[in-house]
Design a protein around this ligand. Structure first.
Ligand code: ADQ
Length: 471
């Protein structure tokens, strides 16, 4: 996928594999999860190196992947507990994450977080520099590693560096609140290409560079002149492996399980929410809207059931502990208020599920309620659409997700508007089948056309073109 002669290096916070000890022997276990597994497949074909935080890797400093027939090397970066606390739980999850999602009151601008973030980015740079010298291009992922492009550029002037920012990039007045805004922007500008999900996020970034660094920016062309180089900024909306989800959803065993689930619940229509348990995902607001829907439209009592699946996430961070309590309380209140002798309006699963189980839920649902308060893209929306092989089912989608940029045939809502969301649920559940089908056909087309392979190809090809032009 790249035109350069060297091997590709990927750098990310999380590794695609976990090292596990079983019966006294170490084994490598693949992390399931959309994007990482696709990048892993790409690396298995292309070869190269993947550098990532090596949680639990002990003294192991390189392993061939896949272990049974190595195609590329995984180089773990070991971090101390203190570094994990301050760089990952601290600066990444309590500064950049809330800031980028516009939750300023949840930001904790602590100097010790910043120091650890700098030190860990340096550790990643060192891990890269200690690897084979022919690794070029390098593709760095996400907000955990914003200083890395600058650190690598200092060492290797001609290295081709791509950076992808997976979450929203906030508007300039919000980003400028960050005490270390200048350092973060300078770090990112070590890249040749910086990708975002949406043109809007790219525009915000360009504006920030102009406001904070006063660097010459071409907003139309998406370029920045910085330290004698030209940096390209663009939108590359990430997709999913459409055919993988489509194939699973057509599997008769999974289809049967979906029917079984419907029979067990015994209602006419199922509403589904699937998220990491995160305050950005709007789960509490969604529950309030469902409660309002039940108050306002009693004719649906006994006829609908909402299933909310939440994967435990960042469980050591205080904000996530209180969010969990808030959601538990709302669920207790709604089920207590509305349940009848035979009908329970709400089911809650607090756990991760294997992909087959997720598809079962996607298939069993009549309506997906995907209402983050802010989200870079939201892959769940795309996975649900790819699983609707019969071209049926409804989708309510927050206007503040990147996915709303392409999934325009969804019912688009403002997730903060509880009354509006309750009415949207009513509208979606009452929609004629022909209308649902018309919308789902177009949604599926959109997800199929720009899948994750398109995303990888278009990003790496753009990076390759930029490097060629520079030479
Ligand atoms: P996330 O915030 O993690 O990703 P999302 O894009 O929705 O959000 O991806 C969640 C992933 O977790 C999906 O692939 C989904 O299948 C999986 N998942 C959800 N519930 C699960 C469960 N119960 N069990 C197992 N797996 C489950 C960040 C950004 C997003 C951006 C992605 C990719 O915040 O905006 O879309 O990166 O760039």
């Amino acid at each position: 996928m790249t035109d350069r002669n060297g091997a590709l290096a990927i750098v990310s916070n999380r590794a695609p594999y976990q090292l596990k000890e079983r019966f006294g022997r170490l084994s490598c276990e693949r992390n399931v999860g959309g994007l990482v597994s696709v990048l892993d497949e790409m690396m298995c074909q292309a070869g190269g190196t993947w550098i990532a935080w090596g949680e639990g890797w002990g003294s192991c400093n390189e392993v061939g992947i896949p272990p049974e027939a190595p195609a590329y090397s995984l180089r773990p970066v070991p971090l101390t507990d203190q570094e994990v606390n301050h760089y990952y739980h601290g600066f990444s999850n309590r500064v950049l994450w809330p800031l980028s999602h516009y939750f300023l009151d949840r930001c904790h601008f602590r100097a010790e977080y910043w120091s650890a973030y700098q030190a860990v980015n340096e550790k990643f740079a060192q891990a890269f520099m200690e690897g084979p010298s022919d690794h070029d291009p390098v593709w760095i992922h996400d907000f955990h590693l914003t200083l890395l492009p600058g650190l690598l550029r200092k060492e290797r002037r001609n290295l081709s560096i791509g950076f992808f920012w997976h979450i929203p990039f906030p508007a300039s007045p919000v980003f400028r609140v960050l005490p270390w805004r200048e350092e973060v922007l300078r770090g990112l500008l070590g890249s040749d290409l910086i990708g975002f999900h949406l043109p809007l996020h790219a525009e915000h970034f360009l504006r920030c560079v102009q406001d904070v660094l006063n660097a010459p920016v071409d907003r139309e062309g998406g370029t920045i002149r910085y330290e004698g180089r030209v940096i390209q900024v663009g939108a590359f909306p990430v997709g999913i492996d459409f055919w993988k989800w489509n194939k699973l959803a057509a599997n008769p065993v999974i289809t049967e399980k979906a029917w079984e689930l419907r029979r067990e619940l015994g209602v006419e229509q199922i509403i589904l929410g699937v998220d990491r348990l995160d305050y950005t995902k709007g789960i509490h607001e969604r529950l309030l809207a469902f409660e309002r829907f039940l108050e306002k439209y009693p004719q649906f009592h006994g006829r609908v059931c909402m299933i909310q699946i939440a994967v435990p996430s960042r469980v050591r961070v205080d904000e996530y502990k209180s969010l969990r309590r808030e959601i538990d309380e709302a669920i207790g209140r709604i089920t207590g208020r509305f349940s009848g002798r035979k009908w329970v309006p709400l089911r809650y699963l607090y756990r991760g599920s294997p992909i087959e189980e997720l598809v079962t839920y996607y298939l069993a649902a009549d309506l997906a309620l995907i209402t983050p308060l802010r989200d870079g893209m939201n892959l769940v929306a795309k996975e649900y659409v790819a699983s609707r092989v019969k071209q049926d089912g409804g989708l309510i989608l927050s206007e503040f997700t990147g996915a709303a940029g392409t999934l325009t045939d969804a019912i688009i809502v403002n997730p903060y508007d509880i009354e509006g969301l309750a009415d949207a649920i009513h509208f979606a559940l009452s929609m004629p089948d022909t209308e649902k089908r018309r919308r789902m056909e177009r949604l599926r087309q959109a997800v199929k056309e720009r899948d994750v392979y398109w995303w990888c190809r278009s990003f790496l090809e753009s990076l390759g073109r930029i490097s060629e032009e520079r030479q």
